[in-house]
Write a protein that binds this ligand. Structure first.
Ligand code: ADP
Ligand code: MG
Length: 283
């Protein structure tokens, strides 16, 4: 009897492997033993295994999606201090976290000064989308343009564009930090155009819209890009100065108050607010 059991277990494991049910395979004996002691019937046993298989499968898929999205770092909503950035529409961020904008192919534009949390919130939205089963890819715009140009040179542009077209959400970080070349702008425009009505886009930028022609090279291209991006879009504006600077100043202030020297790596002049910095004396 014992021998027969062993033989059927071996066969069962073989079949479960063939059926690609790794959690069934790994957990069936443990759960069978538990169900026997708890008097759970056969269907209850099967249900427990199925649930476990589904949960592990979904967890692995979410991990794969997160990895594929290539976020530069992991940011959480809990770490974002809305009170430090009151200009950000908190209700809208909460709404966007539900992800319906992706199903409706809408875009999100974060616009505001450097260091005001645009990338932080874009990553938070991207991670939420991965957890909701969406295919996401984060790109710093300069890196995307470089890759597009390289792909073009290697005659791989169509392949790269096919990959981008499979995404549900494309995050374009730091549009406008560096002016793009004519070819670079055209390739970027092409990506945005293709994504239009197929893929949601999140853009972060420090430039108000009227300055986009300076980085995209022409009024015509900027008009076309803005037309695509703003057709159905949510705009989140962050104002004020860099969170990091404010935070460094606050920490330096509390160290000064306690008699400690401020961090060496932060120049004293940067820790002053613009009003505190005196203009150079006039001769
Ligand atoms: P931006 O993309 O607008 O230039 P970042 O999102 O990169 O700014 O923010 C710079 C740093 O400051 C990041 O480490 C970010 O996590 C942090 N940060 C910015 N705003 C906030 C905030 N309101 N609460 C907590 N951390 C913040
Ligand atoms: Mg940024």
């Amino acid at each position: 009897m014992k021998k027969l059991e062993t033989k059927s277990t071996v066969l069962l494991k073989h079949h479960l492997k063939a059926l690609k049910l790794p959690t069934f395979n790994g957990e069936c004996e443990k759960i069978a033993a538990r169900c026997a002691t708890e008097n759970v019937d056969h269907l209850g046993f099967l249900l427990q295994l199925c649930e476990l298989e589904l949960i592990t499968r979904e967890k692995r898929a979410a991990e794969r999606r997160l990895k594929a999205a290539r976020f530069p770092n992991s940011k959480t909503l809990e770490d974002f201090k809305f009170e430090a950035q009151p200009s950000i529409n908190r209700v809208l961020v909460g709404e966007l976290l539900r992800g319906e904008y992706i199903d409706k192919r809408e875009s999100v534009i974060f616009v505001g000064n450097p260091g005001t949390g645009k990338t932080h919130l874009a990553i938070v939205l991207g991670i939420a989308a991965c957890q909701q089963g969406k295919k996401v890819r984060f790109w710093r715009v300069t890196e995307l343009i470089t890759q597009l140009m390289e792909a073009r040179e290697e005659r791989q542009l169509a392949r790269m564009k096919n990959q981008l077209a499979k995404l549900d959400l494309l995050i374009l970080d730091e549009l406008g930090y560096v002016p793009a070349s004519k070819l670079g702008s055209e390739l970027l425009f092409d990506v945005i155009s293709t994504a239009y009505e197929r893929t949601s886009i999140i853009v972060t930028t420090n430039l108000p819209f009227e300055q986009w022609p300076e980085v995209l090279g022409s009024e015509r291209l900027t008009g076309a890009v803005l037309d695509r991006l703003t057709h159905r879009c949510h705009i989140l504006e962050s104002s004020g100065e860099s969170y990091r600077l404010k935070d460094a100043r606050r920490r330096a202030g509390s160290k000064r108050a306690s008699g400690q020297k401020p961090a060496e790596s932060v120049p004293e002049s940067l820790l002053k607010s613009p009003e505190e910095i005196q203009p150079p004396p006039k001769n």
